[in-house]
Design a protein around this ligand. Structure first.
Ligand code: ARG
Length: 574
C-alpha cells in the first residue's frame, strides 16, 4: 500500500514550491501556514501571504496572487481563490478526494506512514509506591503513559516502558517490622493503605517499634538477606495489587517493566563519585548536593538537588540521576519521557539540568506533566472520609455506573451487558482522563464522563456500534473501492477520515492524546450527520449504497484504531 503525506502537508509543500518559484523565497512546509478552514465551502487555507508580504514589503494580496499563479496542484484542488487580506482558499477536487478515500480501504494503517527516523524512547509511567494503594494521580500517569506508548509505537518508535516503583527508602524499616509482627501465619495484605497507616501509627507511638524500624532500615541498606526477603514480599504483594489495577484498566505494563527505585541502588555510589569528580557537587549542611544552574527560590537562594543525605543515604533525586544515566548510557535511549504530575516539574527540570552538566544527557528529555484530578468541591479528589480515593474502588464503581447506562437501551443479554459495561465504564474513566489538555486539572464527574452525547468514549462507542450494525444489516462490505462523494455530509466525512494521520501526528508529537480524542469526536459527529442525511441501506443506487457502506466501514476502522491507540475498547454491540 502506498504511504502518502497527509493532505495539509501535501498542500503545504506545493505552496512552498510555488512561493519559491514566484517570489524567490525559501520556506519550510510549516511556514506555508496551511490549515483546515473554518469557512463554509472552503477546505483548507494557506495564511503565509500576510507575513510574507510584510517581509518582502509587498501587498499580501499581490503575494497571494503570485503564489496562486505558480501553484502546481496536480488535480488535488481547484486553483485557490485569494480572499480577505490575502488568504489562499482551497477546495479539494471531488475526484481526488474520492480516489484518496477509496485508497484507504483495506489499509490497516489507514494511510499513516511510519516515521523514517525511529527513536528509542524510555518512557517512565504509572510508577506507584509500594505498600500504598494506587490513587487517581497514578491513574493519570498510567492512562496517559499507556496511550503515549501505543501512539509512539504505532508511529514506528521503539518504546522502553519502565515503571519507577517507589520501593526503597526509610519507610521500609517500619513496613518490614510491621509485616513481621502481623504475619505469624499467612502474609496477604488485604488493604495496603491500612497496612501502611498501621505501621506508621506504631512507629509514631511505640518507641521500641521505632527503634526496630530504624535498625531494619540499616539492615535493608546493608543488603541483609533476611531483610531483603521480607522487603521482596512487600514488593510482590504490592505488585499483585498494581497488576490487578492494570488488568482492569487494560494497561500493558508487566512485571518485566518494573524498574523500581531499588533497581538503581548499585549505580548510586558511582553517580555521586562521578559528580564529585566533575566538580559539580558541594557539601551543604552535611549533605552532598548539586546546585544546577538557574534554579533559585523566591529569596534568590540557589536550590539544591540532594544526591547524598547527611546520614549517607540516597534519596529520590539521586535515584533519578542514576535513572537518566542508566537509560541513556546503558540502554541507548535517545529520548526520555516522564509521565508524572506537574507538581514534580521543578524536580525533573533540575535533574535534567544536572545530568546535562554531567554530560549524561545530550538527547531529548521531557517531563510530560499532568494536572490534578479534582472532586466536585474543586479540591484534590478524596473520599468522604477525607482519604485518597483508591483506584480499584473507583474502577469498580465505573463499571457499576456504566452497567446502568448500558441497560437503558441494550439489546444484549445479561452476560453481554456485563462485558460491555466493563468496556464502557473503564473506557469512560480513561477517556475523561485523556480528552482534556493533560496539563490542566479536571473535575471527576460520573454523569459527564458517562454522557451519551458530547466528547465522551460512550458517544464514540455508540457511533462505532452503529457502524457495525449497519454493516451487519448490509451483510458485509461489497467488493471494490469506488467512493462517490455527492452529498455535503459524505464529502465532510471523507475529508475527516483522510485527516486521521494528521491528528495522530499532532497527538504524538506533542504527547497530547487529547488531540486524537478531539479528532475522533469530530469524526463521530461527521458520521452521525452523514447517517442522518445520507441513507445507506436504502441509497438510490447500488453504487451509492456500496460507497456509503465503504465510508461506514472506514469510519468504523478510524474509531477502532483511534480508540485502540488510546487504550479504549470498541464493543461490536452495546
Ligand atoms: N513514585 C512517584 C510518585 O508516586 C513517582 C515516580 C515518578 N518517576 C520518577 N522517575 N521519579 O509520586
Amino acid at each position: 500500500m502506498q504511504q502518502t503525506a497527509d493532505v495539509t502537508e501535501e498542500l503545504a509543500r506545493r505552496v512552498v514550491a510555488a512561493a519559491g518559484q514566484a517570489l524567490d523565497v525559501e520556506l519550510t512546509p510549516e511556514q506555508a501556514l496551511v490549515q483546515a478552514s473554518p469557512r463554509e465551502g472552503v477546505d483548507f487555507q494557506a495564511n503565509l501571504a500576510m507575513s510574507l508580504g510584510k517581509q518582502l514589503g509587498r501587498p499580501p494580496r499581490e503575494v497571494a496572487g503570485l503564489i496562486a499563479g505558480a501553484l502546481e496542484l496536480d488535480g488535488i484542488a481547484d486553483p485557490p481563490e485569494v480572499a480577505g487580506p490575502g488568504f489562499l482558499n482551497f477546495v479539494l477536487r471531488r475526484d481526488w478526494l474520492e480516489g484518496r478515500t477509496g485508497a484507504l480501504l483495506g489499509d490497516p494503517r489507514l494511510g499513516v506512514p511510519e516515521t523514517p527516523a525511529p527513536r528509542r524512547i524510555a518512557l517512565d509511567y504509572s510508577s506507584p509506591n509500594v505498600a500504598k494503594e494506587m490513587h487517581v494521580g497514578h491513574l493519570r500517569s498510567s492512562v496517559i503513559g499507556d496511550a503515549l506508548a501505543r501512539l509512539l509505537r504505532f508511529a514506528g518508535h521503539e518504546v522502553l516502558p519502565h515503571n519507577h516503583l517507589g520501593d526503597w527508602g526509610t519507610p521500609f524499616g517500619m513496613l518490614i517490622e510491621h509485616l513481621l509482627d502481623v504475619s505469624a501465619g499467612q502474609r496477604a495484605i488485604a488493604d495496603l493503605d491500612a497496612f501502611y497507616r498501621e505501621a506508621r501509627r506504631k512507629f509514631d507511638s511505640d518507641e521500641e517499634f521505632a527503634t526496630r524500624a530504624r535498625t531494619r532500615v540499616v539492615k535493608l541498606q546493608g543488603g541483609d538477606e533476611d531483610t531483603l526477603a521480607v522487603w521482596q514480599e512487600l514488593v510482590d504483594e504490592s505488585t499483585r495489587h498494581f497488576n490487578e489495577v492494570y488488568d482492569l484498566l487494560g494497561i500493558s505494563l508487566t512485571d518485566k517493566d518494573i524498574y523500581g527505585e531499588s533497581f538503581y541502588n548499585p549505580y548510586l555510589a558511582a553517580v555521586v563519585a562521578d559528580l564529585e569528580a566533575a566538580g559539580l557537587t558541594e557539601v551543604s549542611d552535611g549533605a552532598i548536593c548539586v546546585f544546577p544552574e538557574g534554579f533559585r527560590n523566591r529569596d534568590g537562594d540557589r536550590l539544591p538537588l540532594i544526591v547524598r543525605k547527611r546520614d549517607g543515604g540516597y534519596g529520590y533525586a539521586a535515584t533519578d540521576l542514576a535513572t537518566v544515566r542508566y537509560w541513556t548510557a546503558e540502554r541507548g535511549a535517545t529520548d526520555l519521557l516522564y509521565v508524572v504530575g506537574t507538581p514534580q516539574a521543578q524536580h525533573f527540570a533540575m535533574v535534567f539540568a544536572a545530568c546535562r552538566a554531567a554530560g549524561w544527557l545530550t538527547g531529548h528529555a521531557e517531563h510530560v506533566g499532568f494536572g490534578t484530578v479534582l472532586g466536585a468541591d474543586g479540591k484534590a479528589m478524596r473520599t468522604r472520609a477525607g482519604e485518597t480515593v483508591k483506584l480499584v474502588d473507583l474502577l469498580t464503581e465505573a463499571v457499576t455506573q456504566a452497567a446502568a447506562v448500558v441497560a437503558e437501551r441494550s439489546e444484549l443479554d445479561a452476560a453481554g451487558q456485563a462485558e460491555v459495561a466493563r468496556a464502557v465504564g473503564i473506557g469512560a474513566v480513561k477517556y475523561a482522563d485523556l480528552s482534556g489538555d493533560r496539563e490542566r486539572d479536571y473535575v471527576f464527574a460520573w454523569d459527564r464522563m458517562l454522557a451519551k452525547e458530547g466528547n465522551t468514549s460512550v458517544y464514540l462507542q455508540y457511533a462505532h456500534a452503529r457502524t457495525q450494525s449497519i454493516l451487519r444489516k448490509a451483510g458485509g462490505l461489497p467488493e471494490g473501492t469506488d467512493v462517490v462523494l455527492e452529498a455535503p455530509a459524505e464529502r465532510a466525512l471523507a475529508l475527516k477520515l483522510l485527516r486521521f494521520g494528521e491528528a495522530l501526528k499532532a497527538a504524538t508529537s506533542a504527547y497530547a492524546p487529547h488531540k486524537l480524542c478531539t479528532y475522533l469526536y469530530e469524526t463521530a459527529v461527521a458520521f452521525s450527520r452523514f447517517f442522518e442525511e445520507c441513507p445507506v441501506l436504502k441509497a438510490s443506487s447500488p453504487e451509492l449504497r456500496a460507497s456509503r457502506l465503504r465510508l461506514t466501514a472506514l469510519t468504523s476502522q478510524v474509531l477502532v484504531l483511534g480508540l485502540e491507540l488510546l487504550g479504549i475498547e470498541t464493543p461490536e454491540r452495546l
